[in-house]
Design a protein around this ligand. Structure first.
Ligand SMILES: N[C@@H](CCC(=O)N[C@@H](CS)C(=O)NCC(=O)O)C(=O)O
Length: 199
């Protein structure tokens, strides 16, 4: 399995999941700012990650994690649909990207690329406020256990954990102690550290 990767991009989710699963992979360095031909052949949209596994080509980080869990499972990282906790698993797996990380793409542009006098603007402030409001759902979950699915670490935590690290990178402001402790639990995992060390 080949993963097009850049450090701190969403390909980190895929590497982290592969490390947790013990799934073998190789990485290909890629840049969404300057995509080369090989990367664009795998993902014409030029977004990271892209994964090529034989004839299978996928470009959504959360979907790739679910694919890996199916392929290399059964695994405690994935909750089965018959399990009463499946709804939490599904909810936070998708929430991590759709509700938390996706809106932050606009903040990457604003904080990192926009001219100095356009870094503070109405939309950026709305996105930041909304991100913090949405974290209340993560906090409510943490009142029930250490992870998004009670006390079981799952792919949903990789999904949400990446969004937290992106917000931290963008310096979107302080988060609650519960979120800080949760982020520390996640980044302390050896599989995360191995994935984060991949250049
Ligand atoms: N929903 C996609 C989002 C992919 C995405 O936006 N990746 C960022 C890098 S972390 C990117 O390629 N941004 C450049 C762009 O949107 O053109 C996923 O979870 O994989």
């Amino acid at each position: 399995m080949k993963i097009y990767h850049a450090p701190r991009s969403r390909s980190l989710r895929v590497l982290w999941a592969a490390e947790e699963l013990g799934a073998p992979y190789e990485t290909v360095s890629a840049s969404f700012a300057r995509p080369d031909e090989d990367f664009l052949a795998a993902n014409p949209a030029g977004t990271l990650p892209a994964m090529v596994d034989g004839d299978v080509v996928m470009t959504e980080s959360v979907a790739i994690m679910m694919y890996l869990a199916s392929k290399h499972g059964p695994t405690p990282l994935a909750i089965e649909p018959s399990d009463p906790r499946y709804s939490d698993y599904l909810q936070f797996m998708l929430f991590g990207e759709a509700s938390l990380a996706a809106p932050l793409n606009a903040m990457v542009g604003t904080k990192l690329l926009a001219p100095e006098d356009q870094k503070e603007n109405f939309t950026a402030n709305i996105i930041t406020r909304s991100f913090h409001r949405r974290l209340s759902l993560v906090e409510r979950q943490l009142e029930r256990g250490d992870y998004m699915v009670g006390d079981q670490f799952t792919l949903a935590d990789i999904s949400v954990g990446y969004a937290l690290s992106l917000a931290d990178m963008l310096m979107l402001g302080d988060v609650s102690d519960a979120i800080k402790a949760y982020a520390q639990r996640l980044t302390a995992r050896p599989a995360f550290q191995r994935a984060a060390a991949v250049p």
